[in-house]
Design a protein around this ligand. Structure first.
Ligand SMILES: NC(=O)c1ccc[n+]([C@@H]2O[C@H](COP(=O)([O-])OP(=O)(O)OC[C@H]3O[C@@H](n4cnc5c(N)ncnc54)[C@H](OP(=O)(O)O)[C@@H]3O)[C@@H](O)[C@H]2O)c1
Length: 331
C-alpha cells in the first residue's frame, strides 16, 4: 500500500459542503479488517447527494464518498479473504459514514465484502454497482408477487434512462420478458432504450394524468419504480387488479400521494426495495447471476470517467440529464 494516494474528499466548512481531489494517507480511511486496492467505483444518485450541502447522505466530515467499489485485496484480517483476491463492495455504510470507493485504497469490514464471482470482471461489477444490484432486487421482489416471463403481462420501468432503470430494462429483456415499457421524460432517449431491450418508450407527459385519479384505466400489471413522487402517485391507480409496484427511489421526490382504493378494491401491492442493508449472506447468489444469465454489461449504457470528471457527472445527475451508468476508473 502506498503511503500517499489520491482520493475525492468531501469537507464541510461553515455549513457549506465542497469536494476536491486530495493526496491522503491511510490514517484518513475508516476502520476495517480488509484493505482493498480500488480498481473501479461507480456513480449513483446517492453519490451525487453525498457531495451536496444538506444532501442527507454524509454527516461526519471529512468523508470519502463512493458507495460502490471493486478491487484487489491488499491485506486481510479475515479468513474469508486473502491477499490478491478480487472483490467488490456495495452499500452498507460505504461512502456514507465509512470512507468509500472514490479513493485508490479502501478499508472495510469483511462483513461488507463479496468475492468477485468467476465470469465477472472488476469493471463489469461496477457497470452493475448499486444501481444494477437494486434493479435485480426490484425484479426479484416483483417476481415474488407473480411477475413472470411466462405470463402475458405489461411491465413498466420508470426513470428508464437512469442507472437503476436502464439496468432493469436489460435484466428484464435478458430474463425473457416481452412487454417491457420504459417510462422516460424525454423522447431523445427512446432509441437507446429500445436498443437495450425496451418494447416501447412511453413519455411521462402522456402516461401521467395532470391530477391522479383515485382509480384510473388499468394498464400495467407490474411497475418497477425508481422515481417516486408524482410519477409513483400517478401510476398506482393504473395498476391491474392483483398487480404490484416496487419502489426503490426518490429521484422525483419523497412525497407520494394515494388513496386506499388501489389496495382495497384492486388488491394492488407496494413492495419496498433496499439494497444498502440487504443481507451479505444472500448477495453472492445475486452477483453470480450477473456473471451468468444476467451478463448484460457489454450492451449497458455505461461510460468510464476519471476522478477529475466526477464533478461534471454529479452536476448532470442533479439536473436529471444524466443517462445510464458512469464507471470511475481508479487504476
Ligand atoms: N433503495 C435502494 O437501495 C436504492 C438503490 C439505488 C438507487 N436508489 C434510488 O433510485 C433512484 C434512481 O437511482 P439512479 O442511480 O438510477 O439515478 P439516476 O441514474 O440519476 O436515474 C434516475 C432517473 O430518474 C428520472 N428522473 C430524474 N429526476 C426526475 C424527476 N425530477 N422527475 C421524474 N423523473 C426523474 C430520470 O430518468 P428519465 O429521464 O428516463 O425519466 C433519471 O435518469 C434514486 O432516487 C436513488 O436514490 C435506491
Amino acid at each position: 500500500m502506498k503511503d500517499n494516494f489520491k482520493a475525492l474528499v468531501v469537507r464541510e466548512e461553515n455549513g457549506e459542503v465542497s469536494h476536491a481531489i486530495e493526496n491522503i494517507s491511510a490514517d484518513m480511511l475508516s476502520e476495517g479488517n480488509v484493505i482493498i486496492k480500488v480498481a473501479y467505483s461507480s456513480v449513483n444518485f446517492k453519490d451525487m447527494l453525498a457531495v451536496q450541502t444538506k444532501g442527507g447522505v454524509i454527516n461526519n466530515y471529512p468523508m470519502i464518498p463512493g458507495i460502490d467499489l471493486s478491487g484487489t485485496v491488499v491485506s486481510s484480517g479475515s479468513d474469508k479473504f486473502k491477499e490478491g483476491q478480487e472483490v467488490l463492495v456495495t452499500g452498507f455504510q460505504t461512502g456514507m459514514t465509512h470512507t468509500g470507493g472514490y479513493s485508490e485504497y479502501a478499508r472495510v469490514p469483511a462483513e461488507w465484502v463479496v468475492a468477485l464471482p468467476e465470469g465477472l470482471s472488476l469493471h463489469d461489477a461496477m457497470v452493475i454497482g448499486t444501481a444494477g444490484f437494486t434493479a435485480a432486487l426490484s425484479i426479484m421482489t416483483l417476481e415474488s408477487k407473480g411477475m413472470s416471463p411466462d405470463k402475458d403481462q405489461q411491465i413498466l420501468v420508470t426513470g428508464a434512462s437512469g442507472g437503476v432503470g436502464s439496468v432493469a430494462i436489460q435484466l428484464l429483456k435478458e430474463s425473457g420478458y416481452k412487454n417491457i415499457h420504459a417510462l422516460a421524460r424525454d423522447e431523445s432517449e427512446a432509441e437507446k432504450l429500445i436498443s437495450i431491450g425496451a418494447t416501447d418508450v412511453l413519455l411521462a407527459r402522456d402516461v401521467l394524468p395532470e391530477k391522479p385519479k383515485v382509480l384510473d384505466k388499468q394498464k400495467f400489471h407490474y411497475v418497477l419504480d425508481v422515481v417516486g413522487g408524482e410519477v409513483a402517485s400517478g401510476l398506482l391507480p393504473q395498476i391491474y387488479y392483483g398487480g404490484s409496484m416496487s419502489m426503490c427511489g426518490n429521484a422525483g421526490g419523497i412525497k407520494f400521494n394515494s388513496t386506499v382504493m388501489p389496495f382495497i378494491l384492486r388488491g394492488v401491492s407496494i413492495l419496498g426495495v433496499d439494497s444498502v442493508n440487504f443481507p451479505i449472506e444472500e448477495r453472492d447468489a445475486i452477483w453470480k447471476r450477473f456473471a451468468g444469465e444476467w451478463h448484460i454489461m457489454s450492451q449497458a449504457i455505461a461510460k468510464d470517467v476519471v476522478m477529475e470528471e466526477l464533478s461534471e457527472v454529479f452536476k448532470n445527475i442533479k439536473a436529471g440529464t444524466h443517462t445510464g451508468r458512469h464507471i470511475l476508473k481508479i487504476v
